[in-house]
Design a protein around this ligand. Structure first.
Ligand code: SAM
Ligand code: DTB
Ligand code: SF4
Length: 339
């Protein structure tokens, strides 16, 4: 049976069935976390956590109706619409993030899709300059076509974030202004342009365990796997259709992370939105379950994130250290994930 193959064999798998994933996902939690921790140690240094910085470069006013998102024009959330930031402002923030120890700088824009206009030209210039600072540059700008992906790569983009967010079936209950296939197409264009893929999803939107398993199946059957898999817990924002959702149970968060870690052993699994609601013990459990990346900084895109000092203290207490940038690694260096 596939689930009893060695972790290294699992890393090569892209043909998971729902039943196989369900079997892992439904394991007794401590057995699941133990298995995930074992896989994590085989492929990564468990004392290293990638610290990513996030900046909203264009905020609010987005034409999509994503039910979780405070930046959609369809909902009254109080988010102030802000046009694309100036080149100098973004560069200043990137330099500050580097100074604070981030190795990856992720820029988010509340766009449905990238358009071939002056704003895109500015983004390309920004990507190139942030890359020159020595940071791994990541962006999340909505849908991309092949040519736009190629131009971003040319400018020095290292990673593109585009989440599948949930299962294909549940997607329609959350978003009506685009399809699941649109999402997968952008991921294809990103991959084709040789940009690394960052793709994950959100839990806590009222989806079933089956939806979570299907989402993980979509991600784990991408070939190659996404290099980064952000797992977000819904931040319920007043004014959005999902405002009343109860908080995600930390054990469910850990179950999701552990399953992602087992299915995609070489990927970075990012404990993303929702950390503010997690105790330090719950975060430690998620790191044990295989999370090895976080967003640091007081703000995500529009919602709050734990204070930087608290994260520093947590790292110290747990004996964790921020990992250096992948792009600084010499090819063929002895990093365990290169095995
Ligand atoms: N507009 C682009 C897009 O949708 O791809 C980029 C920005 S969008 C805000 C990036 C991701 O943030 C979404 O795909 C979703 O997974 C996550 N996100 C947005 N609002 C969230 C919320 N309230 N709680 C958790 N995650 C959220
Ligand atoms: C991801 O998966 N999570 C981040 C990042 N990719 C862009 C965004 C989380 C946003 C949370 C809601 C907000 O702050 O607006
Ligand atoms: Fe727009 Fe992205 Fe928010 Fe959807 S998630 S409303 S596409 S900013």
């Amino acid at each position: 049976m596939k689930t009893s193959t060695t972790p290294k064999a699992i890393s090569e798998m892209h043909d998971w069935t729902k039943e196989e994933i369900a079997k892992i996902y439904n394991m007794p939690l401590l057995d699941l976390v133990y298995k995930a921790a074992t896989v994590h140690r085989e492929f990564h240094d468990p004392s290293e956590v990638q610290v990513c910085s996030l900046l909203s470069i264009k905020t609010g006013g987005c034409s999509e109706d994503c039910g979780y998102c405070p930046q959609s024009v369809h909902y009254e959330t109080g988010v102030e619409v802000q046009p694309l930031l100036a080149f100098e402002d973004v560069l200043e923030k990137a330099a500050m993030a580097k100074e604070a120890g981030a190795t990856r700088f992720c820029m988010g824009a509340a766009w449905r899709e990238v358009r071939d206009n002056k704003d895109f030209e500015r983004v390309l210039k920004i990507v190139s300059a942030v890359n020159d600072l020595g940071l791994e540059v990541c962006a999340t700008l909505g849908m991309l076509n092949e040519e736009q992906a190629r131009r971003l790569k040319e400018a020095g983009l290292y990673a593109y974030n585009h989440n599948v967010d949930t299962s294909e079936g549940y997607y329609k209950s959350i978003i009506t202004t685009r399809t699941y296939k649109d999402r997968l197409d952008t991921i294809k264009h990103t991959r084709k342009a040789d940009i690394t893929v960052c793709s994950g999803g959100i839990i806590g939107m009222g989806e079933s365990d089956d939806d979570r398993i299907e989402m993980l199946m979509t991600l784990a059957n991408l070939d190659p796997h996404p290099e980064s898999v952000p797992i977000n817990a819904l931040v319920p924002v007043a004014g959005t259709p999902l405002e009343g959702r109860p908080p995600v149970d930390p054990f469910e968060f850990a179950r999701m992370i552990a399953t992602a870690r087992i299915l995609m052993p070489k990927s970075m699994v990012r404990l993303s939105a929702g950390r503010l609601e997690l105790s330090k013990e719950a975060q430690a459990f998620c790191f044990l379950a295989g999370a090895n990346s976080i967003f640091a900084g007081d703000k995500l895109l529009t919602t709050p994130n734990p204070p930087v000092d608290e994260d520093k203290e947590l790292f110290q207490e747990l004996g964790l250290r921020p990992r250096k940038a992948f792009k600084e690694e010499v090819v063929n260096s002895a990093h365990p994930s290169d095995n």
